[in-house]
Design a protein around this ligand. Structure first.
Ligand code: SUG
Length: 448
């Protein structure tokens, strides 16, 4: 049976702004308080989805969340009407209002971890929503994420959904941003690669000194158990704490994998040789030939990787067997990275082509091409079971572009987050979106 990788990209929500909310994420911190352009952000994301669809890749859309999150503000003690809640928060605790206004659900690589059916004990595609427990503004995403995932992948005979892990730092889970799957073909049993930043229960593992390690070993192990993955199909690796301290807050900022290929920076992991040997051995037993493309620090320093987001790229299999790397414009803007990429594609390796996209609005919050997409490997019958309302088509692209044009602002500053009209605009837009994407009622609000 044919199988495909489908990329479900987050549609940027109407409140996209620069809140400076993510300590340890260099871009988020350095663009704090800048004025954002939500309309441009959404159109940049849609532009990438359309381009990939036109290149023949299967593309889906992942709906944004309602923000400002009035229910979260109420849980923190603000009260009255929705407008009063927002006004009180703006007056007394602007950082909380900013956190409850973030459009961060756009980075769907953090929505959940997915195990394709060929890897799982019960032969279903498994999803575990990520608790995103390290940052308050992200920790409020998972209940709605679970509802949206349930509406996209609704058929219980082929899809299994797990709630987020317990919401404590010991089970800190950032979803697919720290998870890669290697396989010969998308429908074959693969090797799932879980990368963690620290262990919560075993002091023998080192931890970063400066910035938080968001993903724990124990979270990775719990997800593997929930998904029914056998030990022969799983490899765990620790991220190098030194790179976390340089701003590599997720593993997808320092490596990306697809098919039989891992594209990684030489400083990405601890015990790299051992990790690569295990991947090679386990993929070999599943009929694959593991290929590691190592980027030396002499060619690209970690700092350049963090600035350009070279590794936060999408590594895609073309029909001819070669691979395409989808990178952000910032890679072309970095002379060392760009010259490395030119050498890479001129060589004999598996990566043959580079395509550049302008995703500046998202990039300024630390979200590149790979953050914006959730990969789901699906067999033909599973793809047919997906809610077809979320599959990108030329018509859907046209509809969504018009929807953004109608509902989104082209300028949002911190003071605008205090505007109760923003909430009305967001609810009106999302109400229409649930009909466009055929999602049913996935949002907590009710329009009167
Ligand atoms: O969690 N930025 C996100 C970026 C997520 C990137 N995702 C992956 N690497 N897969 C984060 O740090 C910044 C929001 C703000 O500052 O307004 C933010 O949440």
């Amino acid at each position: 049976m044919n199988a495909y990788e489908v990329n479900f990209d987050g549609l940027v929500g109407p409140t996209h702004n620069y809140g400076g909310l993510s300590y340890g994420n260099v871009a988020s911190q350095s663009n704090s308080q800048a004025v954002s352009n939500p309309k441009e952000a959404a159109l940049q994301g849609l532009g990438k989805m359309k381009a990939l669809m036109e290149m023949g890749f299967k593309q889906g859309v992942f709906a944004p969340q309602e923000r400002q999150d009035v229910a979260a503000l109420r849980s923190l003690g603000f009260s009255g009407s929705d407008a009063e809640v927002i006004a009180q928060a703006a007056k007394q605790a602007m950082p909380l209002l900013a956190a409850c206004s973030s459009a961060s659900s756009m980075w769907t690589a953090n929505s959940c971890t997915v195990s394709p059916s060929a890897d799982t004990a019960d032969g279903r595609v498994h999803f575990t929503a990520a608790n995103l427990n390290c940052k308050f503004h992200r920790s409020i995403e998972h209940p709605t994420t679970s509802r949206v995932l349930g509406a996209m992948f609704a058929n219980e005979s082929v899809f299994a959904h797990h709630a987020a892990l317990p919401a404590v730092g010991q089970f800190g889970d950032e979803g697919a941003a720290n998870h890669t799957r290697f396989c010969k073909g998308y429908g074959d049993a693969g090797v799932e690669f879980f990368v963690f930043g620290r262990s919560a229960f075993d002091a023998r593992f080192p931890a970063p000194q400066r910035y938080p390690a968001r993903q724990t070993l124990e979270a990775c192990q719990a997800v593997a158990r929930l998904h029914g993955l056998g030990a022969e199909g799983v490899v765990y690796a620790q991220q190098n704490p030194a790179v976390i301290d340089q701003g590599v807050f997720h593993n997808d900022v320092i490596s990306v994998g697809n098919g039989e290929v891992l594209f990684y920076h030489e400083d990405a992991f601890l015990e790299t040789d051992k990790v690569l040997a295990e991947l090679d051995g386990k993929l070999g037993k599943r009929g694959g030939r593991f290929q590691a493309v190592r980027v030396p620090r002499s060619a690209v320093a970690v700092e350049d990787a963090v600035r350009s987001y070279l590794f936060n790229s999408q590594l895609l299999s073309r029909a001819d067997g070669g691979m395409l790397l989808v990178v952000p414009e910032e890679c072309r803007g970095n002379a060392r990275v760009w010259s490395y990429l030119n050498e890479l594609t001129a060589g004999q390796g598996p990566i043959r082509e580079v395509k550049v996209f302008d995703l500046k609005q998202s990039m300024q919050n630390g979200g590149g091409p790979a953050c914006l997409r959730l990969r789901v490997a699906l067999k033909e019958n599973e793809l047919a079971a997906v809610n077809q309302g979320v599959i990108m088509t030329p018509d859907l692209y046209t509809t969504l572009t018009a929807w953004v044009g109608k509902h989104y602002r082209d300028r949002l500053s911190e003071t605008d987050l205090a505007d109760p009209q923003l909430l009305v605009e967001c609810r009106t837009a999302l109400d229409e979106l649930t009909q466009i994407l055929k999602l049913g009622s996935v949002y907590p609000f009710q329009l009167n």
